[in-house]
Write a protein that binds this ligand. Structure first.
Ligand SMILES: Cc1cc2nc3c(=O)[nH]c(=O)nc-3n(C[C@H](O)[C@H](O)[C@H](O)COP(=O)(O)O)c2cc1C
Length: 306
């Protein structure tokens, strides 16, 4: 094998990533790039934007548990227009890696309208559909929990773009394989998984919840086995690439996800714990592949049951 071959290169549907490490939506801002060098990063995923600005939930909306983080940020964001006018130009100027725009809507039409508006903008490599928002057409149930709704959404959006169309799955469903398959059959070019797991913490002394909203999203080290099992189940039934996330902190964690079928991984909560996580995970994966003289694609999905 040529020594100059980039062993960490990975293919994600319609885009090539020079590194298999991306950052999970909502956990990594441009400011983080003051510490993390971009050549360790495969792509940059921005925080989810919605059609209209959202103030987010009142505090407290973050609580650190013994094994991970609870959050109920509530999709705080400036809204699509301000994102395009103010954030996108800065992202385009500062980023040397592909930009993936995460967005969410409350109806099929709103998702389509947002995508069509973003299509007019240059410098976007792909989209990550955050399907955790309630769907107004289906009595407020989240898009992502019903395979028919996910299928319908992808079917409506896929013909509108040549860019990467990633659907981000929620773990809070009974059959993740069915949802992943529905996204694939609807025309998604990749899947990302998982979003946060429902979680809660209570102050044992006074009985009050630690988050103002009560239940929130649980992320970080405690959800790694859950994320890995769900990835394993989804990877068995779909053929499009998967970006995996959920409690990945170290390069060893990342390798587990590659074996289980991830083509790329995202670091989320890890960025709060160790601002250099991206670099450290990259270095570890690189050393592992170099030592064995293999490329990433040699291990993706090659897990075996004991
Ligand atoms: C503070 C915080 C904010 C988040 N905001 C978003 C968001 O805006 N959109 C989204 O799709 N996921 C969001 N997530 C979920 C992460 O992108 C990721 O899916 C989840 O945290 C699991 O990965 P991790 O365990 O590596 O953090 C957020 C997570 C955290 C902790």
């Amino acid at each position: 094998m040529e020594p100059s071959v980039n062993k960490l290169q990975t293919s994600l549907g319609r885009i090539m990533l020079q590194s298999p490490i991306t950052v999970a939506s909502g956990t990594f801002a441009l400011d983080n790039l003051k510490i993390v060098e971009q050549n360790f990063l495969g792509a940059f995923v921005c925080k989810t934007i919605t059609r209209h600005p959202k103030k987010g939930n009142p505090p407290p909306r973050l609580f650190e548990t013994e094994a991970g983080l609870l959050n109920s940020i509530g999709l705080q964001n400036p809204g699509l227009d301000k994102f395009i006018a103010e954030d996108l130009p800065v992202l385009k100027e500062k980023l040397d890696v592909p930009l993936i725009v995460s967005f969410s809507g409350s109806s099929y039409a709103e998702f389509a309208e947002m995508l069509e508006t973003l299509e007019k903008q240059e410098g976007i490599a792909g989209y990550e559909l955050n399907v955790s928002c309630p769907n107004v057409e289906n009595e407020g149930i989240a898009f992502g929990v019903n395979p028919d709704i996910v299928h319908q959404l992808c079917k409506q959006l896929a013909p509108l773009t040549e860019r990467e169309l990633i659907v981000k799955l929620s773990p809070n469903v009974s059959d993740i394989g069915m949802i992943a398959k529905a996204a694939e059959e609807g025309g998604a070019t990749a899947i990302s998984m998982i979003n946060t797991v429902w979680g809660m913490a209570i102050n044992y002394q006074n009985g009050k919840s630690m988050l103002q909203k009560g239940i929130g999203g649980y992320s970080g080290i405690g959800i790694k086995p859950i994320a890995l099992a769900l990835l394993y189940q989804a990877a068995k039934v779909i053929h499009i690439p998967i970006i995996a996330m959920g409690g990945i902190y170290k390069w060893q964690d990342a390798l587990e996800f590659f074996w289980a079928g991830a083509s790329a991984i995202s670091l989320g909560t890890a960025n709060f714990i160790d601002p250099l996580a991206v670099q450290n995970v990259y270095a570890g994966i690189n050393a592992f592949l170099q030592e064995r003289n293999i490329t990433l694609s040699d291990i993706v999905g090659k897990y075996e049951l004991e």
